[in-house]
Design a protein around this ligand. Structure first.
Ligand SMILES: Cc1cc2nc3c(=O)[nH]c(=O)nc-3n(C[C@H](O)[C@H](O)[C@H](O)COP(=O)(O)O)c2cc1C
Length: 171
């Protein structure tokens, strides 16, 4: 029996970067409960277009359906110029035709940045502009991978364990 369908979206282009690592930890934690169905999307690996007035369908339309089917959605983004990555913003914009159907979801945000936690709050608020627009979205937790810059910096930070522990309690 499937307990929770969990979709993790990583919007960092850096392989083994901090956002990548934390998204992996979330996935590793979430599969501790064998009934969970966990899927991971790395936006860097897919081709997709901006939101357009005349839109051609692409992989993001399939992803929209995955989100509609999910119970839990994890949005992972590095902080770029005090905001989410362009990959994540484009994904969000492209959910426009679907957003009323992305209902009753639990959300987790994973943020990584060189700055401190306080300076990352604007990015969390920006992501919340999306979740606040969805019917009955529940933002469960924001994970701050703050003060990380080089690949792997997050490995010895408390958030690394916190992500795993929180995800392993989802069932
Ligand atoms: C285009 C770009 C813009 C960035 N802007 C910021 C920023 O505004 N604030 C910050 O703390 N770090 C900024 N960084 C650094 C990243 O947030 C940091 O390296 C973090 O670890 C994200 O990368 P990763 O999770 O993919 O490793 C920027 C990096 C890039 C490539």
């Amino acid at each position: 029996m499937i307990m929770k369908k969990i979709v993790i979206i990583n919007s960092s282009p850096r392989i083994n970067g901090n956002c990548d690592i934390l998204c992996s930890e979330f996935g590793r934690g979430a599969v501790m409960n064998e009934g969970n169905e966990v899927s991971r999307i790395d936006l860097k690996d897919i081709e997709y277009d901006f939101y357009r007035e005349e839109q051609k369908l692409d992989e993001l339309d399939n992803i929209a359906h995955q989100l509609i089917d999910a119970d839990v959605i994890v949005l992972g983004t590095p902080v770029y110029f005090y905001n989410m990555s362009g990959m994540m913003k484009t994904l969000i914009d492209r959910m426009m035709p679907y957003f009323t159907q992305i209902a009753d979801k639990d959300f987790y945000f994973i943020l990584t940045a060189a700055v401190n936690k306080k300076e990352m709050e604007a990015t969390a608020e920006s992501l919340q502009g999306f979740t606040d627009s969805l019917p009955n979205a529940n933002l469960v937790r924001v994970f701050y991978g703050n003060n990380v810059s080089q690949k792997g910096d997050v490995l010895d930070r408390s958030v690394y364990k916190e992500v795993f522990e929180a995800a392993s309690k989802i069932f």
